[in-house]
Each structure stands twice: as C-alpha cells, then as structure tokens.
Design a protein around this ligand. Structure first.
Ligand code: FE2
Length: 378
C-alpha cells in the first residue's frame, strides 16, 4: 500500500545539510537501578556490557553501564544520592530516556549552530581526555526533559568515553539476538505541540518532514493520534513525533503523557536482518510482545502480496507486515519495559520499504488498547 500524505519536500534534495550527523551515538536512560537494568538488557535483549563508570572510577555521584549490540549503544545511569537531577528525573518520569546522543564530526560547530538557530543550551562544549584520546560533547534540549548530546569522537580510540573503564559481561558472553542499529526513535509530545517540534527539528536541526499521519490514518474505534516523521539529511536519524488526537476514549499517547508526567521517548526501533530469528530468541529470553489477533493473518497475503517469510512463522511470533511503493517491512512491538506504561521497543526488518508500517496501525493500536483497558487506562 502507498503511504498517503506528504512526500519529501521538493527543496530537501537541494537544501544544504547544515548539521551533518553520522548516526545515533548512544541513548542514555536514567533508571532507578542501573546495575539491574544492565543485567536485563544483557539477559533479555542480548546486549554485551562494554564500559562502566562509578565509584571504582572515582565517580562519586552516579554510576553508568554502557551495553552494546551491533551499533546500538545504551547507557544506563543511576544516582547515588537523593539531591541529584538524575534521581529527580527518575522520581518524576520513572525509568526513561534522557539523552538521544548524536555522533557528529564537529561538536562545537553543531552546538553553536543549533543554539544560534534557537536551541536551548544544556551543556556548553566540554572536552574529556584520557590516555586513549579525547571526546568533545555538547548538549541541547528537545521535548520535555529529553536532550541531544553532540558527540565528537574522531580523536578517541578507547572503549567508549574518557572516564569509563572497560567492563565485560558477568553472563559469560550470552549470544546477541541480531540487533544491528537504531532505525528510529519516537517522541510523544503534548496536544498541540507536534508542529512546534516539527519546526524545531526543521529550523534548528535542518531535518525534513518525511511523512505525516493524521487522525484518519491512525485511529481506532476509541482513540487517535497524529504523527510526523522528521529525518536528517542523510536519513540515518529518524524521529517520528506523536501527539494525541481526540477519540472516544483516552489515547495511548495521553496514557503515556500521564504516566511519564510529560513528553518523552515512546519507543525505540532496532533493526535486524532476520526478524524471525531475533524475535524467537527474544521470546525465549522472556521479552513480552503485544499479542496480535489471528484474524490479522487471514488476509495478509492479499494485503501485502508475496513475501519471503512463511505466514505461519510470522503468526506464531506475532510479527506484522506492511508494504509500500519500495518494498515491505516486518515489525513487532514489545510491551512497556518498566513499571509505568511508557517506553517500549520495536524490532524491525526492512526489505526495501522506507515507511513505518501504516497498514499495521489499526491492528497494533487495537492491541495496545486491550492492554490499556487491562490497566484501567482506556
Ligand atoms: Fe516505530
């Protein structure tokens, strides 16, 4: 099926990319117990522990564990003391994403140019050094209390960053599950704020509006949302921005905003080359996915045409399929991964398709609403 709505804007091809970004550098989470979160991402999601900072490295106020799989780096950070902004963040939001860090060639320029264009400064450029070289970072604000740190690491060949020590898994190197890179990271913002953040990513960061979905595309009997996908010049960074739309009952975005106590990251999509193997491994390790009703699969071939995968295998795992003009994609969504109904993950395999699974929105959102109803939040 074709995605409706806005194609890439005509000026996009010719416009100079004033903010070159090489990719996502890491995603930092503020969590209540980084030690246990690191274990979860290793045991359940197949990440490897790579680096650590904390008391053993002379860090007296916090500890951080860096776990990695493919190009995906998660940094899990907890505070030691109650008067810490990290602790306050966790108290207010629960475990959640603080920083979507972006890998750039020039962190000072990236910071100065975005601040000149209206970004709010969180941290001025800072150079950290150790025997492996130096890393320059600088941070700006985005939606809610979420931030973007620009990371310049061309003069560094250590494991992660100055101040971290190499640390390996306690789990005798459990095999990974085939996660390769971050495909997209989705933010939920307040009603009426979507276009404000679309403008922020366009004007301040030079992103383009790749796709838009309105409440006619994304609505069920009960609830609705609107979404616009912003992408940087080379397409390696994709940030869909959601806001709630009015429906008969509370939308999943409102549920998120209520329990996160403000805007924040809703889901992170991680790409695999073999979604059947990846999801089989994740389910074996205890990761919980949304349940898709069996009637979804009855007319799947009619809707998406011939695909390489056996429908039975997809149905057994609950994997969804959608097609656009350029190919198809396979995707599946976890249930929330912390106490509150906030952050969840998507696993995605693209076979040509560059879109986001619009044909699956209805089945997906009905499944989310069944979970909302069980939580008393619909
Ligand atoms: Fe997604």
């Amino acid at each position: 099926m074709s995605t409706s709505t806005l194609p890439i804007s005509p000026s996009a091809e010719t416009k100079e990319d004033f903010l070159p970004i090489n990719g996502t550098d890491y995603i930092e989470f503020y969590v209540g117990n980084a030690h246990q979160a690191a274990h979860y991402y290793q045991s359940a999601f197949g990440f490897q522990l790579r680096a650590f900072q904390g008391l053993e490295t002379g860090k007296r106020d916090r500890c951080s564990y860096m776990v990695q799989q493919g190009k995906v780096r998660f940094l899990l950070t907890s505070a030691f003391h109650p008067d810490s902004p990290i602790g306050e963040h966790v108290l207010k939001h629960g475990d959640g994403v603080k920083d979507i860090a972006l890998w750039v060639d020039d962190a000072v320029y990236s910071f100065e140019e975005t601040v000149r264009r209206g970004a709010t400064s969180i941290q001025e450029p800072l150079t950290a050094e150790d025997e492996n070289g130096k890393v320059i970072t600088a941070t700006i604000a985005t939606y809610g209390e979420t931030v973007h740190t620009f990371v310049q690491r061309d003069q560094y060949d250590g494991i992660f960053m100055p101040g971290y020590m190499a640390r390996s898994s306690e789990l005798r190197e459990p095999p990974d599950v085939g996660l390769r890179y971050i495909d997209h990271t989705v933010g939920n913002v307040d009603l009426g704020d979507m276009n404000r953040y679309v403008d922020f990513y366009a004007d301040v960061m030079g992103f383009i509006n790749l796709l838009s979905f309105d409440d006619k595309d994304i609505s069920t009997e009960y609830s609705a949302l609107m979404s616009k996908v912003m992408a940087n010049g080379n397409g390696r960074i994709k940030f869909p921005i959601n806001e709630p739309a009015s429906g008969l009952k509370k939308s999943q975005i409102e549920e998120y905003l209520e329990f996160y106590h403000g805007p924040g990251v809703q889901h992170i999509a991680m790409a695999t080359n073999n979604i059947i193997e990846t999801v089989t491994d994740l389910q074996t390790r205890g990761v919980d996915f949304l349940i898709i009703p069996s009637d979804y699969y009855e007319h799947l071939t009619e809707r998406v045409g011939e695909i390489d995968e056996e429908i039975d295998a997809l149905q057994k795992l609950g994997i969804l399929v959608d097609r656009d003009d350029e190919g198809y994609l396979l995707q599946i969504f976890t249930k929330p991964v912390q106490n509150r109904p906030t952050l969840f993950y998507e696993i995605i395999q693209r076979k040509g398709a560059k879109s986001f699974g619009k044909g699956n929105f209805k089945a997906l959102f009905e499944s989310i609403e069944r979970e909302q109803e069980r939580r008393g939040n619909l």
